[in-house]
Design a protein around this ligand. Structure first.
Ligand SMILES: NC(=O)c1ccc[n+]([C@@H]2O[C@H](COP(=O)([O-])OP(=O)(O)OC[C@H]3O[C@@H](n4cnc5c(N)ncnc54)[C@H](O)[C@@H]3O)[C@@H](O)[C@H]2O)c1
Length: 334
């Protein structure tokens, strides 16, 4: 049985609380938040739950094995550091930290302490993303040429973090997961229209060592509500539209085939237009699977899929894109 404390019972934390409370082999021991009203709400929802406004009580408790951090991003590093130093396993929401240097410190701390460090890269637990990964690794799409993602909406407009840090961590984590490689170069451009210094719209390109690329467009100032990813391979193409209630994945039997040995330029490329296939998606609820994965990694002593190193890779790209943004889109090498 893993005894878990959740720190931060806000908009997202309440989902984590609900999921950890419902898992077998796991006991939701404590919820910690500065807001007393949120604590009493949780006390009535979960009889027997302990609550506190003081993180020290969580850190100092001998009964708590794991701390789940869903506080605002600027607090992630310090809270995770203190929990790891106290010998707790840590699940921290995305982005793991606000700098790669801090992310590296957490990874080192978790290694030294022999404790699990996992990041809430939710989409890596999404059955559609898993299916795309299987298609890529199994060769169904051929070699992946490139992909692009759009995460657009009107609002929620934040004031402490820009659209890139608020919206892109999931896309960056999926891009690195699907390509199975570390980014080499990042270029990013965007603009702050509503508040000085807080970009509302950002366009970022990630290049890999072998020349493949991914493009990420995020915005909270857009007429469309889009959460979509398009993958273009040598054999087939695919889309993942998370706004669709069903038929989220479409596989297009379309490609541009280069015909070797042809003499004329006109004959050298043939366009193939085939069927569109909408596979049945099997799998559970991503957040439930993600929470279970954390508990199982503790019980079975296995490395979580979205471990601290994954968190670090993502933060490196987030940070490099910020540097590029500040330099008007200049390429930043990783
Ligand atoms: N994985 C996802 O899909 C997803 C979605 C939304 C948010 N998030 C992440 O979850 C985190 C929280 O986001 P949110 O939207 O729930 O924010 P929120 O502002 O709604 O909630 C944050 C909570 O933390 C509490 N808090 C602040 N300081 C505290 C402290 N010192 N001790 C204890 N509690 C404290 C606040 O009172 C609040 O209840 C962020 O890191 C965000 O990026 C992840």
């Amino acid at each position: 049985m893993v005894h878990v404390a959740v720190v931060g019972a806000g908009g997202w934390g309440k989902n984590l609380i609900r999921n950890f409370a419902g898992l077998k082999d796991c006991k939701l021991h404590t919820v910690c938040d500065l807001d007393a009203a949120k604590l009493s709400q949780n006390e009535s929802l979960y009889p027997g739950l302990r609550t506190t406004q003081d993180l020290n009580e969580v850190i100092g408790s001998k009964e708590i094995d794991a701390v789940v951090i869903a506080s605002p991003a600027p607090m992630h590093f310090d809270m995770a550091r203190r929990a790891l130093e106290a010998g707790k396993h840590v699940y921290v929401e995305k982005p793991m930290t606000l700098s790669a240097a801090d992310a590296e410190r957490l990874v080192a701390l978790a290694d030294q302490a022999g404790r699990k460090l996992m990041v809430g890269h939710l989409l890596e637990y999404h059955p559609c993303v898993r299916m795309l990964k299987d298609m890529i690794d199994g060769g169904e799409l051929g070699d992946l040429y490139y992909l692009y993602c759009q995460r657009l909406n009107l609002g929620v407009v934040r004031k402490d973090e820009n659209a890139w840090w608020s919206l892109a961590p999931h896309d960056v984590s999926v891009v690195l997961y699907l390509f199975g490689a570390e980014a080499k170069t990042v270029t990013s451009q965007g603009h702050a229209y509503l508040r000085p210094g807080v970009e509302d719209v950002v366009f970022t390109q990630i290049r890999f060592a072998d020349g493949r690329m991914a493009s990420i467009h995020v915005s909270w100032l857009d007429p469309h509500k889009i959460r979509k990813m398009t993958l273009v391979g040598t054999k087939k193409m695919a889309t993942f539209d998370d706004m669709e209630s069903s038929e989220k994945i479409r596989v297009y039997d379309k490609a541009a085939d280069v015909v070797p040995g042809t003499v004329s330029y006109a004959d050298s490329i043939t366009i193939r237009q085939g069927d569109i296939h909408m596979p049945m998606i099997k799998g559970g609820e991503p957040l439930k699977d993600e929470c279970r994965h954390f508990v199982e990694s503790i019980l079975n002593n296995t490395t979580p899929l979205s471990d601290g190193r994954d968190g670090l890779r993502v933060v490196k790209v987030l940070e490099a894109a910020t540097q590029s943004l500040r330099q008007g889109g200049a390429p930043v090498e990783l």
